[in-house]
Design a protein around this ligand. Sequence first.
Ligand SMILES: [Zn+2]
Length: 107
Amino acid sequence: MTTLEEAKRCPRCEEPGEHVAAEDRALRSIRGAKVIKIYCRNQRCKWYNTPWTIQVNSNGTIPLALLNRDKKFPKLPNRGNSVVENLTRQVELETKTGGAEINNPNG
Ligand SMILES: [Zn+2]
């Protein structure tokens, strides 16, 4: 069973984050529900001092969609470096000409 304690763990480093209660917000669309902000306090983590939000329902439960985020957003399959290389090339093309202009193959 997943709990708030689990949801408060940083998605990056999985260390428990810090709940900053001062930034709690009521959720208008769902009665009694609120959105709380958690900050990663792990200095070695890329998300250090970066907040993420958790929706907490009035009965203290957390929507399943958020709890299953690891399954919903699986890591990209390892396809070597081709994807990265393509992205790098794309960025180079777009930055070289000063825009995202694509050559017209029809002249
Ligand atoms: Zn972290």
